[in-house]
Design a protein around this ligand. Structure first.
Ligand code: GDP
Length: 472
């Protein structure tokens, strides 16, 4: 289907071209280089392989089941501003570490690991908020296993609480709710749970399956139990990795240190990273000269789910860049250079983010199954009315998903979610604010704003019927 889209021919024609070569293929199957070349030739196209030779050399070895061992969960904390995300991360950092090492985490390296009394470990990403979470996802990195969503019990479920929920759900990451500030006299945790129930999120106390715990991040009440619930969730997920292979993982933070050079904090996701390894990370490469953990201690190796800050890369990597270890330093360097060139070319070329006009084309090609929408409006009534109408547009072939809806302007976070989830944004009597427009233009996210409900519905309907005229 990708090839069909690139050549602008129906996918059925590609399938029959393959059949004439004696290959029975499905729409989602990947074709090998030779087949691609022959098929494209049939339609008068010549194939140029730009990325294949690069990415093919980074084949990850498939793990045998017996090589897999349990790894610690990687957790992100999200929630509305001032509801206590930082306080919770700080409390865990200060208190909940291996006995005798209390207060040992002195450095902010972007992620930290803690070990509970029973010896089980949890790794936390130290950049709270769904913006960081989704920015990573937009770059293709999925590191978070579980999301803690903090909601203050002396407040309501707020717009960013809803956003955080939508972002976690769009990523398919399970949520554990931390209902915070229960030390406050005005705290009413039941109200939050009721609010969640109204959003179809039933927590355990309310007969549902979603875990939640009442805590005070300030005093530490319930934090231990919250962490135990995280471990329970992790058990269900059966998180495993093979520690005995060259390391792969994701960059979580990077900066230039005047004295030490480029410092990157990375999270090893599989394999074991060692000093002296040749690493390729995004468009940078280098040999690891030194590694430190979050306590500022030198470490010689780092296994799955371990965050470490490393020295030795030749530039500033970006959060969300994937890294992998190479046997050969030259090869890592070559790929980094090629990626840099490709990036430059791609900056000039167009990207393939979804636009309303693109929807019609993809539907006509039969490659489209789900239409993701982020809906923002000026009042609750119009948002609900539009949600209803949009959902009614779903057909057997195309499912309309409202990934996130809310009252208020179109924000950066909406655009990020759209980028990460291939969605379009529809605004009703609201406009993009802050950097939202700039980022949307850069990422080519389609933002459509309307002031008449009928127009919004008709445009979407037309797009789904494949007859939308291009945007002027
Ligand atoms: P963030 O914006 O979500 O990271 O929230 P912060 O962690 O910065 O907390 C915002 C404010 O709420 C700060 O003044 C905290 O001291 C306060 N706060 C956080 N957790 C609690 C809590 O459990 N109880 C009380 N009373 N205050 C809290």
């Amino acid at each position: 289907s990708e090839v069909a889209m690139m050549m602008d021919v129906p996918v059925t024609k590609i399938i029959s071209a393959c059949m004439s070569l004696g290959m029975m293929v499905t729409m989602n199957q990947r074709l090998d280089a030779e087949t691609l070349t022959i098929v494209a030739d049939e339609f008068g196209y010549e194939v140029v392989f730009v990325t294949a030779d690069i990415e093919e050399s980074i084949v990850e070895v498939l793990d045998k089941p017996e090589d897999l061992v349990t790894r610690a969960p990687i957790v992100t904390v999200m929630g509305h501003v001032d509801h206590g995300k930082t306080s919770l991360l700080d409390y865990i950092r200060k208190e909940n570490v291996i006995a005798g090492e209390s207060g040992g985490i002195t450095q902010h390296i972007g992620a930290y690991g803690v070990e509970l009394e029973n010896g089980q470990k949890i790794s936390f990403l130290d950049t709270p908020g769904h913006e960081a979470f989704t920015a990573m996802r937009a770059r293709g990195a999925q590191v978070t296993d579980i999301a803690i969503i903090v909601a203050a019990a002396d407040d309501d479920i707020m717009p960013q609480t809803k956003e955080a929920i939508a972002h976690a759900q769009a990523a398919g990451v399970p949520i554990v709710f931390a209902i915070n500030k229960i030390d406050k006299p005005t705290a009413n945790p039941e109200k939050i749970k009721e609010g969640l129930a109204q959003m179809n999120l039933l927590v355990e106390d309310w007969g549902g399956k979603i875990q939640s715990h009442d805590i005070s991040a300030k005093q530490g009440t319930g934090v231990k139990e919250l962490l135990e619930k995280i471990l329970l969730e992790a058990e269900i997920l059966e998180l495993k990795a093979n520690p005995n292979k060259p390391a792969v993982g994701t960059v979580v933070e990077a900066y230039l240190d005047k004295g030490r050079g480029y410092v990157s904090t990375i999270l090893v996701q599989a394999g074991t990273l060692r000093i002296g390894d040749y690493v390729l990370a995004g468009k940078n490469s280098g040999k690891i000269k030194a590694m430190q953990d979050e306590r500022g201690r030198e470490v010689l190796e780092a296994g799955p789910s371990t965050p470490v800050s490393i020295l030795g890369l030749d530039g500033a990597t970006q959060a969300g860049d994937k890294f992998s270890v190479f046997a050969d330093e030259r090869e890592a360097k070559q790929i980094a250079t090629k990626r840099m060139q490709l990036q430059r070319e791609q900056d000039v070329r167009t990207t393939k983010t979804l636009t309303l006009a693109e929807i019609g084309r993809r539907i006509a090609l039969g490659t489209f199954k789900e239409l993701n929408i982020i809906l923002k409006g000026d009042v609750d009534g119009s948002v609900e009315a539009l949600t209803d109408s949009f959902q009614k547009l779903s057909t057997e072939e195309i499912q309309v998903n409202i990934l996130h809806k809310g009252v208020g302007a179109i924000t950066e976070s909406d655009v990020l979610l759209a980028t990460a989830s291939d969605a379009i944004i529809i605004g009703f009597n609201v406009r993009p604010v802050g950097n939202a427009r700039v980022i949307a233009d850069r990422e080519e996210v389609d933002i459509r704003t309307y002031s008449i409900i009928y127009d919004a519905i008709n445009d979407l309907k037309d797009a789904m019927e494949g007859m939308l005229s291009p945007e002027l």
